[in-house]
Design a protein around this ligand. Structure first.
Ligand code: IPM
Ligand code: SF4
Length: 460
């Protein structure tokens, strides 16, 4: 029987198998940030164990970073301490750190692919659930807990049970104004937030084959929101072209040899998956979430479903929405374009393309937060900064920002925020804040209108 992409990468990294039990998997790249690494460093220090392969670790500061005045000392004490500790730990253990202000700094899932650290066929981990993003390259990439971070520091390996396999296939042609974010929000709205539990997901079909690397990252990023351990897309010419020439990508003949190997990775025709789902591209429309998990999504033109269930009702109460109502014309005072889901240059191009020559609505505070220093530089080089500023949008400095309330960028109590991030949990963007997940295009339109409008009517 043939093998899946996941099988091929997994099997080539198994160091040892315990009979009828878990396997020891070799980890090629370990990404770290300030939130989940400190306890792991402490554990190692307490036990007198050195970091085995510091050269296979890449560190960045992202969650606690302010998105204004990054050249000045951080005023928030907790955030300042978190970042200082990361710097100290990296220095002590000879780990490369792209600290705040460094030209390679950014959200871990934005900067690592940009630098060519993320490559097909690799195993990659980070103490962060959205590590699934890197699967867009055909890598096995997944989030781990703090004790596993310590395991990888000490051994460059992890003890794991091989997950089951799931494939989601989307074929057909997409409608105008449907972006990768809409595709993954649509899939999760259909499958629910637990459908992937215990599985690693592969995305297949012409829709993903035709997608840019940035779009593929948006899709794989949210795999975790349907419960999957990770998501993957077969590497192809789009992938190789993206990786080639980046700082940490292999060069010359080594690159050519790698490409020859990467070409062997796609799932074999006769491979079997434990579970398969199929969708048609024509059925997908721009999406919005109305509840407090990413599976509570509807097409922008649809109505909130009428479900009788206590947790559903609790969720609507938090959002102050009613069953059966439409979100069209809801007044929105906050718009956030950013996060590791949608803070790459293509996202800002989409937004700028719509915003150009328009003005944001008076009631709206619109934050644009690039995922990395490099994206920030691209925004300036391509002239997007002035488009945004002329329209009254606020371009901030890179970081996780309003994706989660771990820094100064918080949405006030009771306010709605149309956000390009990946989680709409209660309090995610600030205490009592109400998050509506959407694509960068829907977010940009909302900021200009000051309310949600049916973009399928306006733009088609
Ligand atoms: C802080 C971190 C551990 C967390 C994660 O694992 O995903 C964060 O990035 C998030 O998006 O909720
Ligand atoms: S941008 Fe949001 S989802 Fe991504 S790593 Fe940061 S906090 Fe997590």
């Amino acid at each position: 029987m043939g093998k899946t992409l996941f099988d091929k990468v997994w099997d080539s990294h198994v160091v040892s198998t315990i009979q009828d039990g878990p396997q020891i998997l070799y980890i090629d790249t370990h990404l770290i940030h300030e939130v989940t690494s400190p306890q792991a460093f402490n554990e190692l220090e307490d036990r007198g164990i050195p970091v085995l392969k510091p050269e296979q670790i890449v560190a960045t500061a992202d969650h606690n970073t302010p998105t204004q005045n990054q050249d000045q000392p951080i005023t928030d004490e907790l955030s300042r301490k978190q970042l200082e500790q990361l710097s100290e730990n990296c220095k002590k253990n000879n780990i490369i750190l792209y600290a705040l202000g460094h030209k390679y700094n950014g959200i871990v899932h934005v900067m690592a692919p940009e630098l060519g650290v993320t490559q097909p066929g690799k195993t990659m981990v980070c103490g962060d659930s959205h590590t699934s993003t890197h699967g867009a390259f055909g890598a096995i990439a997944f989030g781990i807990g703090t004790s596993q971070v310590a395991q990888v520091f000490a051994s460059q390996c992890l003890l794991l049970t091989k997950p089951k396999s799931l494939r989601v296939t989307v074929n057909g042609s997409l409608k105008n104004s449907v972006l990768p974010k809409d595709i993954i929000l649509y899939i999760i709205s259909k499958l629910g937030t637990n459908s992937g539990t215990g599985y690693f997901c592969e995305y297949a079909g012409n829709v993903f084959e035709d997608m840019s690397m940035e779009g593929r990252m948006t899709v794989c990023n949210m795999s975790i929101e349907m419960g999957a351990r990770g998501g993957m897309i077969a590497p192809d010419q789009t992938t190789f072209d993206y990786v080639e020439g980046r700082e940490f990508a292999p060069k010359g003949e080594v690159f050519e040899n790698k490409v020859a190997y990467w070409k062997t990775l796609p799932t074999d025709k006769d491979a079997q998956f434990d579970k398969e789902y199929y969708f048609e591209a024509e059925d997908i429309e721009p999406m919005l979430t109305y509840g407090t998990n990413p599976g509570m999504g509807i097409k922008i033109s649809e109505f909130i479903p009428e479900v009788s269930d206590a947790s559903f009702e609790k969720s609507l109460k938090y959002m102050n929405f009613k069953k059966g109502e439409s979100l069209i014309n809801k007044r929105i005072n906050f718009v956030f374009i950013g996060s590791c889901t949608n803070s790459r240059i293509e996202d800002f191009r989409v937004a700028a393309n719509y915003i150009k020559g328009k003005q944001k609505a008076h009631n709206v505070t619109a934050w644009l937060v690039p995922g990395s220093k490099r994206v920030e530089a691209q925004i300036i080089e391509e002239g997007l900064k002035s488009i945004f500023e002329d329209a009254g949008f606020e371009l901030r400095q890179p970081g996780c920002s309003a994706c989660l309330a771990m820094n100064d960028d918080k949405i006030p109590q009771g306010e709605y925020c149309v956000s390009t991030s990946n989680r709409n949990f209660e309090g995610r963007q600030g205490q009592g804040a109400r998050t509506i997940l959407a694509s960068p295009l829907v977010a940009a339109v909302t900021a200009v209108e000051g309310k949600i409008i049916d973009i399928t009517k306006q733009l088609n």
